[in-house]
Design a protein around this ligand. Sequence first.
Ligand SMILES: [Ca+2]
Ligand SMILES: [Ca+2]
Length: 333
Amino acid sequence: PRHSENVARLGQVAQSSTYGNAKPENAIDGNRASNYNQGSCACTNNNLNPWWRLDLLKTYKINTVTITNRQDCCSERINGAEIRIGNSLNDNGNANPRCAVISSIAAGASQTFACNGMEGRYINIIIPGRTEYLTLCEVEVDGTLSETNVARLGQVSQSSKYGNAKPENAIDGNRASNFNQGSCACTNNNLNPWWRLDLLKTYKINTVTITNRQDCCPERINGAEIRIGNSLNDNGNANPRCAVISSIAAGASQTFACNGMEGRYINIVIPGRTEYLTLCEVEVDGTLSGKSCPILLVCSTFNEHIMVFGVLLIILMLIFATFQRLMLPDLDK
Ligand SMILES: [Ca+2]
Ligand SMILES: [Ca+2]
């Protein structure tokens, strides 16, 4: 489902301060009532740089932001407010890229600002450089979840290839599951057939979604395993197991939770059986693994950890050798 909707109501809100009971949630209560006494407007105190923030919890592509201004008083207070969108919480999110500057909104009116697919988890509304009340009677956000399928960033291989059913067909972004549509990967009828995705860097894998063939033989996928890790032992099939696929209905897409398992390689293997392995699409939801190493290096692989450890060891040995040379004359006496 990629249709747009008001996603603001899925989020969590905050603001720089709260005037009376005019809590930040009032701006996402689904009610545009713009008479302040109706209790559906968010409002800060009279502060310098007052702001309101919506946290959508995930990254969205934002099409539009619609703001409803207060009707019964002081509609000019909104003038100069900015809409900021991004993933950073620097300056409470107010330093994110700017979608629009609001010149004015008529009293009680709802105005829509186009953000043209700007991406972000946070949507801020801030009045910069002025001591002001920020009043928002409703904020509606039209957006869609950003694509998080990282499979398409990778390189693929498989144990063998049936006809033209190359491994890339499983990451072509197309779930078409009729074999003749040319969007399924397929091996020959081998013992332990496997398919491997190399993400090139280590990712934390949340889910793997597999689309099964529709027009024939959906039972061939039964017993396949999803393996995730950084080793290429046994072509990557010896990595830790995320799931065993009991079955997937013909043409269906099934999602398996891997709960943040880490790895560069994602294998799908049918162990212990001579079989065709057919995958019409493999989608991977994951995030780059951000393990920090000593001395400000970011490691993505075990080898990088070893390298950093080696460098530290050499530095320690040099310090020790220098120290020893300085001490030796004293020891000779
Ligand atoms: Ca409201
Ligand atoms: Ca495909």
